[in-house]
Write a protein that binds this ligand. Structure first.
Ligand code: GUN
Length: 290
């Protein structure tokens, strides 16, 4: 039986730590960190995510604003809103919930967010800084995965991490984070994906396997080495239930530790958004007073 890596409980602990940091920040700077969330369209899943993110901000003592735009919003309209938020000194972080409707060029919107307010860490400057070894804002889900491992005492240094999935939101930045020459990183990282040949042989080499491929119950027990640590980033809706990318019941019997879905990586993602928003406010405060 594997140890369950309880992301929900850890998220509560970390959010209490962040709330204490926020309160010290407010005391010192007389301003609350603020996150502007932008939601385009009426996708149910995105609405729930954004609602949870805003609730967590408020509980941590941060300001949070929601800009809800219709599904018919044009790209110039969305870019105009982003420009307004870039210029607003009360807004320290900007989150444009993805995916965006078809008529909007997602990459253009991500590029438009001010690099100093890019709390999602998706913009070219954030990614370039991470890639070159001088990270500023780290994307929330991969950072949450790293913290979930670290705070559960799972050693990453020198170990082989196999990441299944190469998305811009999870797989690619997670590889960059864990291969950094830095504490809680220094891993040997392999990234594989839906087109990889011999995927089973690759995943079986992993000391730590992170699955973010978007297919319900994709990872089976015979795809891992006994004793491996398994992190499930997947959120698939199957018959009204949330199912991860890992076949939990099958893999749990073989892994040494495993994250549940829900209650694993999800709450950690939200927590890292709070962390990044406070960081953005701190950067703003130090550059404004410099
Ligand atoms: N859609 C799925 N995950 C994310 C995320 O972390 N941030 C944003 N903005 N959109 C997402």
């Amino acid at each position: 039986m594997a140890t369950i890596l309880d992301g929900k409980k850890l998220a509560q602990t970390l959010q209490a730590e962040i709330a204490a940091d926020v309160s010290r920040f407010v005391e010192k700077h007389k301003v609350r960190p603020g996150l502007a969330a932008v939601l385009v369209g009426d996708d149910q899943g995105s609405q729930v995510y954004v609602r949870n993110k805003r609730k967590a901000c408020q509980q941590a003592g941060m300001d949070s604003w929601l800009h809800q735009l219709p599904v018919t919003t044009s790209q110039p309209e969305l870019l105009a809103l982003v420009a307004e938020l870039n210029a607003d000194p009360a807004v320290h972080g900007i989150l444009v919930q993805l995916p965006l409707p078809r008529q909007i060029d997602e990459a253009a919107v991500v590029r438009a967010v001010s690099p100093l307010k890019d709390v999602d860490g998706f913009g070219p400057e954030s990614l370039g800084l991470l890639t070159s070894g001088h990270p500023r804002f780290l994307p929330c889900t991969p950072l949450g995965v790293q913290q979930l491992l670290v705070r559960n005492g799972i050693d990453i240094e020198g170990r082989h991490v196999v990441i299944v999935g190469r998305s811009n939101i999870v797989g690619k930045p997670l590889a960059l984070i864990l291969m950094q020459k830095a504490p809680a990183a220094n891993a040997t990282v392999t990234v594989c994906h839906s087109r990889s040949r011999g995927l089973h042989e690759i995943t079986r080499q992993g000391d730590i396997i992170v699955v973010a491929i978007g297919q319900a119950r994709f990872l089976k027990a015979n795809m891992i080495r006994p004793g491996a640590v398994v992190v499930d980033v997947g959120i698939n809706r199957v018959d009204g239930k949330l199912i991860g990318d890992v076949d939990f019941d099958d893999v749990e019997a073989v892994a040494s530790a495993i994250t549940p879905v829900p209650g694993g990586v999800g709450p950690m993602t939200i927590t890292m958004l709070l962390h990044n928003t406070l960081q953005a406010a701190q950067i703003h405060a130090t550059t404004a007073s410099a």
